[in-house]
Design a protein around this ligand. Structure first.
Ligand code: UGA
Length: 434
């Protein structure tokens, strides 16, 4: 099939490369000339394991091309995937749909013949219906254009794998024809037995918000339990293991610590509640405010414990921060809990040396006043305290005995509960965890 992917950011770049990899002819479109040039030369502008290989392969094969022209997209595609971002609005709650609207407004008048526009971005319930009406207004006479929604569930760090072997495909369609087209697009996944849920657009839109709300709830639940554990001397990791053996609960997303961040979970739960408010059912999901609140509290708890570990104040204290990204295997620092903590202790007077394997450039753009150190040992040289804020595998491999030589204070706060506490303690470290 001839597929266009409009918006080649994180989601779109991965989707375009994967669609080409499963055999479609793909045109990736974006307004960012620099990005399009890089992608067209087979260069990936983000850190995502496996993406470089698949992009290089599909660009070289000629099945994947890039362009900045919506007219070219309109002429080329049987199916147009809309993958532009839907960030949080300035109100800190609702979803900004200007990029999605601009794509539809730009594309629809240029369309010819029959085609399907498929949204993949995370949007409030009701968006597909609204856009479908808009397309009917704008598309030239004689065209037959439909709109469908196909939310994306990929995780950063596993994006290629999640796209090629998803746990499920969800499509919200208004006709059998649209359903049939999407079954063709995803035929290789369907023949691998991937569950395919075909439903109405509102349900498909809601599945995404509900899934992210559930994941956020799971994380805040275990973080709430961690606070209770701390008050009683209990161990939240063992508690989570014990809960996780119950197959109705499951162990995944029960890792207590600094909490969730990134470009999705925090903004999605806020947009979900904002939309529920608009629909007059805000009360039904008001618990999500509490989920958000528990999450923010972990950042404050980390700062409080760190302050306590350096004697009650940060002024004049040297602190090494290990980790800047919102999670490991990503260079993304959007709403990163690690950066929030680093910024907070810097504001309280700490001299912060920050290390991250992939996220230093992005972190520097947000917090230019910190010291960025490319080597863990150098970052920890002579510091009063180390904060372990993002659980990169590199940090788990640190030898605490070797590090103790350069860090005589031997104090570490493991805000991700990911280090081997007994190993560190037996090397003479004072280790506290959340
Ligand atoms: C999330 C969802 O997991 C994806 O399914 C969804 O497609 C994506 O948002 C999206 O909406 O686009 P992602 O933002 O890549 O994916 O990150 P996650 O792996 O979900 O992690 C989110 C945050 O939760 C991270 O900050 C992580 O450190 C934190 N987390 C995760 C915990 O604190 N504890 C856990 O047990 C798990």
């Amino acid at each position: 099939m001839r597929v266009t992917v409009i918006g080649t950011g994180y989601l779109g770049a991965v989707h375009a490369a994967c669609m080409a990899d499963i055999g479609h002819e793909v045109l990736g479109v974006d307004i960012d000339v620099e990005k399009i040039t890089a992608l067209g030369e087979g260069r990936v502008p983000i850190h995502e394991p496996g993406l470089q290989e698949i992009l290089g392969r599909t660009v070289a094969s000629g099945r994947l091309r890039f362009s900045t022209s919506l007219s070219e997209a309109a002429e080329f595609g049987d199916v147009h995937f809309v993958c532009v971002s839907t960030p949080q609005r300035r109100d800190g709650l609702s979803c900004d749909l200007r990029a999605v609207d601009a794509v539809v407004d730009g594309l629809a008048p240029r369309l010819r013949g029959r085609c399907l526009i498929v949204g993949k971005s995370t949007v409030p319930a009701g968006t597909t219906a609204r856009l479908a009406a808009r397309v009917q207004e704008l598309a030239p006479e004689g065209t037959n254009v439909e709109v469908a929604w196909n939310p994306e569930f990929l995780r950063e760090g596993y994006a290629v794998q999640d796209t090629l072997r998803p746990e499920r495909l969800v499509v919200g369609v208004m006709s059998q024809r649209a359903d049939q087209i999407l079954r063709e697009v995803y035929a290789p996944m369907l023949s691998d037995g991937v569950p395919y849920i075909s439903t109405d657009p509102a349900t498909a839109e809601l599945v995404k918000g509900a899934a992210n709300s559930f994941l956020a709830t799971k994380i805040s639940f275990i973080n709430a339990m961690a606070e209770v554990c701390d008050a009683t001397g209990a161990d939240v990791t063992t508690l989570a293991d014990a809960l996780g053996y119950d197959s109705r609960i499951g162990r995944r997303f029960l890792s207590a610590g600094l909490g969730f961040g990134g470009g999705c979970l925090p903004k999605d739960i806020r947009a979900f509640t904002a939309r529920a408010d608009e629909l007059g059912v805000g009360g039904a999901v008001s618990f999500l405010h509490e989920i958000d609140e528990i999450n923010s509290r972990q950042r404050q708890r980390t700062v409080d414990i760190a302050r306590d570990m350096v004697g009650g104040g940060f002024v004049g204290r040297r602190i090494a921060v290990l980790g800047a990204t919102f999670k490991p295997d990503s260079d993304d620092v959007r709403d990163s809990p690690a950066l929030a903590v680093a910024g907070a202790i810097h504001r309280e007077g700490a001299d912060v040396r920050l290390h991250d394997p992939e996220g230093m450039d992005n972190a520097r753009a947000v917090l230019p006043m910190l010291d960025y150190v490319h080597d863990v040992k150098k970052a920890c040289l002579g510091v009063d305290l180390i904060l372990h804020l993002t659980e990169w595998a590199d940090y788990r491999r640190i030898d605490p005995a070797a590090l103790a030589v350069v860090t005589p204070a031997r104090k570490i706060l493991d805000a991700r509960n990911a280090l081997d506490a007994s190993l560190w303690r037996s090397a003479g470290w004072t280790l506290r965890a959340l």
